[in-house]
Design a protein around this ligand. Sequence first.
Ligand code: NAD
Length: 329
Amino acid sequence: MWFNVSMVQSGKKKVLCFETDEQGISMKIYQGVMLTLEVIVLIVKMYATWFYSIYKFFVPPEPKSVKGEIILITGAGHGMGREMALSFAKLGGTIVCVDINPTGNQETVEMIKDSKGKAHSYLCDVTSRTSINEMADKIRKEVGEVSILINNAGIMPCKPLLQTGEKEIRTAFEVNCLAHLWTLQAFLPGMMERNHGHIVAMSSMAGVIGLRNLVPYCGTKFAVRGMMEAIHEELREDPRDFSGIKLTCICPYIVDTGLCKNPKIKFPSLMKILSPQEAVKHIVDAVRREYQEITIPSSLYYINQMFRVFPRSVPLHIKDFLDSGLEAQ
Ligand SMILES: NC(=O)c1ccc[n+]([C@@H]2O[C@H](COP(=O)([O-])OP(=O)(O)OC[C@H]3O[C@@H](n4cnc5c(N)ncnc54)[C@H](O)[C@@H]3O)[C@@H](O)[C@H]2O)c1
């Protein structure tokens, strides 16, 4: 009879193990069968999820109610932030408007109150982690636990990289990107305690494709998508159940808020500049249906996915043909 000899770690000690040829072969067969079964389960899961996604494409989930939710929106004093505040307030949410601009923020609050909605104003520069934490404590005492967090505040330096100053670059990252981490650290624990919440992040089509004159901005918006994907995994892989916390990342193209000052569009019917109201309709719908990521318009999502399969130069031809983007300002 032949023996296979191997060293096996047992606690802090290494132990010599003897097994007969027959035992070794049965162990290998057992391991092979188990691996095959795991692969079969994986393939079945992948197909089931794929078919379910196709089904969901044609039969979208019902929009959830946001009535009674406490919805914090950064950058609520202007543009899409203001429109989101007005729309969610109409749907019965209590809106916590946050902005660095006191006048714009207060105007949004007054507009909500005029239409019998509930809103609170908090002045905060979202680049300051200390200010965010102080504001979070105040909101908890004065309004309650935030259940929907919308990281919307953003700025956009629009010029060639070599003409963009250090301060502009650092501020873009602080507002568009780091602020998301500070608000997450402040409000996610409350959502985790209750296994209930929704985090919404404003990325951009500039977070999906690289565009000239927007090098730092694209960096911040790609980062937002990366952070959202990573936090999704952190929650999903946690042994505790956080299935009640939803994430939505929004990637609009150009919205007429004044942020994009010099848009250039060759085919306006295909890539229309949307009003903030039109864009926010899509955003509210995506949040209520708990979509993980959308582009506005939605066709850009599929166009991008399709062309990323080709070698890099192929989508570049399409990009050149569409000849759209932002001129330096
Ligand atoms: N407008 C577009 O075409 C477009 C396209 C794609 C993505 N986005 C993104 O959508 C978001 C909203 O864009 P918008 O066009 O409505 O912007 P906007 O300029 O109309 O409003 C931005 C708001 O953020 C506030 N803000 C700026 N810095 C702040 C800070 N440090 N602390 C707190 N508040 C601050 C401003 O005061 C302002 O009220 C941004 O993140 C932007 O990058 C916009």
